[in-house]
Design a protein around this ligand. Structure first.
Ligand code: HC1
Ligand code: SF4
Length: 577
């Protein structure tokens, strides 16, 4: 790789050609302030806070978008630059409400931090706030244009990373603002509720719909038996809100914290991820060996993805697995199997789910099949961020909690269940069980390396008993079209489908970087969370869904067999264009 020699504040440094000034400065531990820049996204150069000087030149450039060149001398900090940056921040503050105490981002807002770092105490510019009502039209996120600082990060992530284009800049000059496309409500826009805009917003303009009050009300209600499930990806991220490293597995502490909050039954979505594999794996085997459904089979546990598919690829609905997501399966069996076993009236069960995802808030009332127990199967979804706030507000010292176990049954999980939270994980878990179902034999080596990795689109072939199963994986919604268009093309030409099985997750890296995870997710953080879930798999006594003893128990005592009558009633769903 070609390198260039530059000076940053007089210090010589060699960096690869093409490196931006911002990245080069990081290499000598110089932090240039930013607001519109986010490492996940191409530089936008909208805010101007990262402006730096070039030696022997009157020119100032934006560090986020300017590549270094041989011999360049850069000054990143001096009193003049400080004043310029301070003025930029003051101008942004003049269009931003001063209600930090009541803002959801109070304490972790990037604008608030800049104002604090620059010691801003007064407001020299006239206050001009946009008076536009918050958009509360989706069940997942709230968009408050008053707080928007026009940094463009939300529109950028929605368009570039997710390929959805639900958000855009509209208007001209000083009236320019971010809005849902065609200035409609978010719910009427193409929005798929993934929440990536909320995870990338530096301020409190886009925020998960806070439903902590609903869970607290249920806990206070003496009639209610409150059952909570936690998603795979929560266990490697929640700890970050309490000073733990990304990827540190805190499952036992989460169970303990939930009991301290007053939860009656603590379950794990990983259990029902195993259940999903029994159903979805059997469905795949039937499609492959008996030709009883469309090929390729496509995973359907990600609700942002199912929303996208219904909107943009309705012709592929027959390819979706009809297996409900693990979260919805867990809700259904909590209010049926568990209720029967514990002799609790399901009307009195309050079923909550802690998820890394904002689209999960939408999924729980998505269609009538989400009420398969006769009640709403999952009553409320809180994101990882909401649970972190609740734990803090309740004065629980999370990091020092002793590990506890989940309740049983419907709490135990296999390593296959835990890797659902990683891109390629659902595929790998399904292949572990499909191998057993097709060959009658266990895999000698359970790790299916062909489907692991972080590239946005991955394709491979897995050998099951001499049959080559062609697979494809896409994550980050903008990467999906490439694969689906191949499937469509083959179908239109009357050719064999290019794949047998496709896994799609809306968020980059899978649920580990869902839109409801702690702020500050970057590729470095993603890698750590992914490693955490693979470690959880390796540490699991049981690695395959079909070997989870509580899975055998529920089929024996209640469900009968995968794809049987009861499973169809409780564990499967449909999709509408
Ligand atoms: Fe996911 Fe899933 S893996 S969708 O990414 O299938 O949210 O973590 O809970 O339901 O299990 C999310 C994660 C999660 C479901 C499972
Ligand atoms: Fe775009 Fe996702 Fe935000 Fe909707 S939730 S506006 S699809 S980033």
């Amino acid at each position: 790789m070609k390198t260039v020699n530059i000076r940053i504040n007089g210090e010589s440094v060699q960096v690869p050609e093409g490196t931006t000034i911002l990245k080069a400065a990081e290499q000598v531990n110089v932090k240039i302030p930013v607001l519109c820049y986010h490492p996940d996204l191409p530089p936008w150069a909208a805010c101007g806070i990262c402006v730096v000087k070039l030696e022997n030149s009157p020119k100032m450039v934006r560090a986020c978008a300017t590549p270094v060149s041989e011999g360049m001398g850069i000054i990143t900090h001096d009193p003049e630059l400080h004043e310029i940056r301070r003025t930029v921040i003051e101008l942004i503050l003049s269009t931003h409400p001063n209600d930090c105490l009541k803002c959801g981002r109070n304490g972790n807002c990037e604008l608030q931090k800049l104002a604090a770092d620059f010691g801003i105490r007064e407001q020299p510019f006239e206050q001009r706030i946009r008076e536009i009502e918050p958009d509360t039209s989706t069940p997942s996120i709230v968009f408050n244009p008053e707080k928007c600082v026009n940094c463009g990060r939300c529109a950028n992530v929605c368009q570039v990373m997710q390929g959805v284009w639900a958000l855009e800049f509209i208007g001209r000059g000083e009236n320019v603002r971010i809005a849902p496309s065609a200035d409609d409500t978010l719910n009427d826009s193409p929005c798929i509720k993934c929440g990536q805009c909320s995870a990338h917003c530096p301020v409190g303009a886009i925020f998960e719909k806070d439903e902590t009050g609903k869970l607290l009300a249920a806990i206070r209600d003496p009639e209610k038996h409150v059952a909570v499930q936690i998603a795979p990806a929560v266990r490697v991220a929640l700890g970050e809100a309490f000073g733990m490293e990304p990827g540190e597995i805190s499952t036992g502490k989460i169970y303990a914290a939930l009991r301290k909050l007053g939860i009656d039954a603590v379950f794990d979505t990983n259990f029902s991820a195993d259940l999903t594999i029994m159903e979805e794996g059997s469905e795949l085997v039937q499609r492959l060996t008996k030709g009883t459904g469309a090929i390729p089979q496509i995973t359907s546990c990600c609700p942002a993805w199912t929303d996208f598919m219904e909107k943009y690829y309705p012709d592929m609905i027959p390819n979706f697995s009809t297996a409900k997501s693990p979260m919805m399966m867990q809700g259904a069996i909590t209010k049926t199997y568990y209720a029967e076993k514990k002799k609790i009236d399901p009307a009195n069960i309050y079923s909550a789910a802690i998820m890394p995802c904002t689209a999960k808030k939408y999924e729980i009332t998505r269609c009538e099949k989400m009420y398969s127990s006769g009640y709403q199967d999952v009553d409320v979804v809180l994101t990882t961020r909401e649970l972190a706030r609740l734990i803090k507000a309740m004065g629980i010292d999370f990091a020092s909690l002793k590990d506890e176990k989940a309740d049983s049954p419907i709490g135990a999980y296999s390593g296959a269940g835990t890797i659902f939270g990683v891109t390629g994980g659902v595929m790998e878990a399904a292949l572990r069980t499909a191998h057993k179902l097709i060959t009658g034999k266990e895999l000698e080596k359970v790790e299916v390396n062909e489907v692991r990795g972080v590239e946005g689109v991955r394709k491979g072939e897995v050998d099951i008993d001499g049959k080559k199963v062609k697979v494809a994986i896409a994550h980050g919604m903008a990467n999906v079209s490439q694969i689906l268009d191949e499937v469509r093309d083959a179908r239109e030409k009357g050719e064999e489908p290019p794949y047998h099985f496709i896994e799609v997750m809306a968020c980059r890296g899978g649920c580990i970087s869902g839109g409801g995870q702690p702020y500050g997710t970057t590729d470095e953080v993603r890698k750590k969370r992914i490693a955490g879930l693979y470690k959880d798999d390796v540490n699991s006594a049981v690695r395959c869904s079909h070997e989870n003893p509580e899975i055998s128990q529920i089929y024996k005592e209640f469900l009968g067999e995968p794809l049987g009558h009861k499973s169809h009633e409780l564990l499967h769903t449909g999709y509408t264009p």
